[in-house]
Ligand binder design. Structure first.
Ligand code: AMP
Length: 404
C-alpha cells in the first residue's frame, strides 16, 4: 500500500511517500519558508539513481504547499505516480494529542476538534499540524487521513510519573501534567531493540529499556515490556535533557527570579529557555553538537562544559530510570547526536559497569547500521539504532486504514 506521510511545521511541509510492503521510500521532499518573504524552496528527493529536483517559487500557505506536493509527485521531473489514486492514505504527524489519544486514529470532524482543543497545550505545533491536515484533505479529497501523535506512546505512564506536585486543580481543570514527546521515535527504537535483544538470545519481551533520543530536541523514555513508564519531556518539550537551544530541567524559581531581577516578561523568559539556552546558551557557540565539540577541541572551556552538562544530564536520567524500573536490560541511542556521536555516547556510558554496562573496546562504532556497543558478558546492552519516525507513521496509517 502507498502511504504519504506529512509533517507540517509553521513554515514547512515535509513529505515522504512509502511503499509499505517493501518499506521503500518512493519520494521525499521538503517545502520551506511557507508564507515568508523571499524565494521559497522545494527540494524533492527521488529514489536512488534519480537526481533530486529543486524548485524555487513563492508558497503562500499550507494549502498551496499541499497542492504543489501533489503536483510534483504526479508531473514533470519529480514524477513517481501516474495519479494520486495510487496513494491509499495520508499519515500526519501531530505533536499533541493530550489525554485524548493513546494511539493513531482516522481523522474525522471530532478528531479535528480534539486536536484544536489540544492546541492550547502545543500552540506552536498543533495549529500547523492541523493546517497540513486540512490542506491535504483539500488537495486530495476523499482520501483517508490518519493522525499519529507524538504524545501517544507515553500515555501508558502511571499517574505517579506524570503528575506534577502542584495543586491538583491545575491537572483536573487545565490538564497540566507530563505528556512526553518524540513518542513515535521512542516506540520505534524500543521495538527494534527488543528484536535485537532476541537475536542476541536475550529476553526482549519483558526487557527494561531506556531510550535516548538525542537530536536538536532531546528526550529519554523508560520502557518496560514495551510500555512507557516515564519520560523526560513534560507538559511541553522543554523539560528534561539539555537540548540544542532548550534548557531542559531548571529550578522553576529561576523564572520569577529572572523576571524580578532582569525585568523580563514571561514571553521573554520563555524565549530564553526555549531558544537561547541548552548547548547554545552554555557554549555561547552553537546549538549544534558538532560545532560545540570542535570548539571544545580547540580549547574553548565554555563549549567543553556544555558537552559535559549535556552528557551528565542523560547519565543521571539513565540511573533514575534504572531505579524506576528496578533494573536495566538495554540503553538505546538514537537521532542526530545519539546515532552519530561516539564521544557523547562514551562519556554517558563510561564507568557504568555497576549497571552491567561494559563497553566493548573492539566493537565497531563506525558502521551506519544498528549496532551493539557492549561486550557479550554485559547484563545491560548498549545499542545504537537509527530512528524511523516516518516509517512508523506510514505503518500506523496502514494499520488504522486496514481496520477502519
Ligand atoms: P536531529 O535533530 O536528530 O537532526 O539531530 C541534530 C543534532 O545531531 C545536532 O546537534 C547535530 O550536531 C547532531 N549531529 C548530526 N550528525 C552528527 C555527527 N555526524 N556527529 C555528531 N553530531 C551530529
Amino acid at each position: 500500500m502507498r502511504v504519504l506521510v506529512v509533517n507540517c511545521g509553521s513554515s514547512s511541509l515535509k513529505y515522504q511517500l512509502f511503499e509499505t510492503e517493501s518499506e521503500e521510500t518512493l519520494a521525499a521532499g521538503l517545502i520551506e519558508r511557507i508564507g515568508q518573504d523571499g524565494a521559497d524552496a522545494i527540494v524533492h528527493h527521488l529514489p536512488a539513481g534519480r537526481d533530486e529536483v529543486k524548485f524555487e517559487q513563492p508558497i503562500a500557505d499550507h494549502n498551496l504547499a499541499a497542492m504543489e506536493m501533489t503536483r510534483i509527485l504526479c508531473e514533470g521531473e519529480g514524477k513517481v505516480l501516474d495519479s494520486l489514486d495510487e496513494i491509499a492514505a495520508v499519515g500526519h504527524r501531530v505533536v499533541h494529542g493530550g489525554e485524548d489519544f493513546a494511539s493513531s486514529v482516522l481523522i474525522d470532524d471530532a478528531v479535528i476538534q480534539c486536536i484544536e482543543r489540544n492546541a492550547a497545550l502545543a500552540p506552536l505545533h498543533n495549529p500547523p499540524n492541523l493546517a497540513g491536515i486540512r490542506a491535504c484533505m483539500k488537495a486530495m479529497p476523499g482520501k483517508p487521513n490518519v493522525a499519529v501523535f507524538d504524545t501517544a506512546f507515553h500515555q501508558t505512564m502511571p499517574r505517579k510519573a506524570y503528575l506534577y506536585a502542584i495543586p491538583r486543580a491545575y491537572y483536573d481543570e487545565l490538564g497540566i501534567r507530563r505528556y512526553g514527546f518524540h513518542g513515535t521515535s521512542h516506540f520505534y527504537v524500543d521495538g527494534r531493540a527488543r528484536v535485537m535483544l532476541k537475536e542476541m538470545g536475550r529476553d526482549g519481551d519483558s526487557a527494561r529499556i531506556v531510550t535516548c533520543h538525542l537530536g536538536n530536541g532531546c528526550s529519554m523514555a523508560a520502557v518496560k515490556a514495551g510500555s512507557c513508564v516515564d519520560t523526560t519531556m513534560g507538559l511541553t518539550p522543554l523539560e528534561g535533557c539539555v537540548m540544542g537551544t532548550r534548557s531542559g530541567d531548571i529550578d522553576p524559581a529561576i523564572i520569577p527570579f529572572l523576571g524580578a531581577t532582569q525585568n523580563l516578561s514571561f514571553k521573554e523568559i520563555d524565549t530564553i529557555l526555549n531558544k537561547k539556552s541548552g548547548l547554545l546558551g552554555l557554549s555561547g557557540i552553537s546549538n549544534d553538537m558538532r560545532d560545540v565539540q570542535t570548539a571544545a577541541a580547540e580549547g574553548n572551556t565554555d563549549a567543553a562544559e556544555a558537552f559535559e552538562v549535556f552528557c551528565y544530564r542523560v547519565r543521571k536520567y539513565i540511573g533514575a530510570y534504572a531505579a524506576a524500573m528496578g533494573g536495566l536490560d538495554a540503553v538505546v541511542f538514537t537521532a542526530g547526536i545519539g546515532e552519530n556521536d561516539a564521544k557523547v555516547r562514551h562519556r554517558i556510558l563510561e564507568n557504568m559497569e555497576f549497571l552491567g554496562i561494559h563497553i566493548d573496546p573492539d566493537a565497531s562504532d563506525e558502521s551506519r547500521d544498528d549496532r551493539v556497543l557492549t561486550t557479550p558478558e554485559s547484563s545491560c546492552v548498549a545499542l545504537v539504532i537509527g530512528t524511523k519516525e516516518e516509517l512508523v507513521i506510514a505503518r500506523q496509517t496502514e494499520a488504522v486504514c486496514g481496520v477502519a
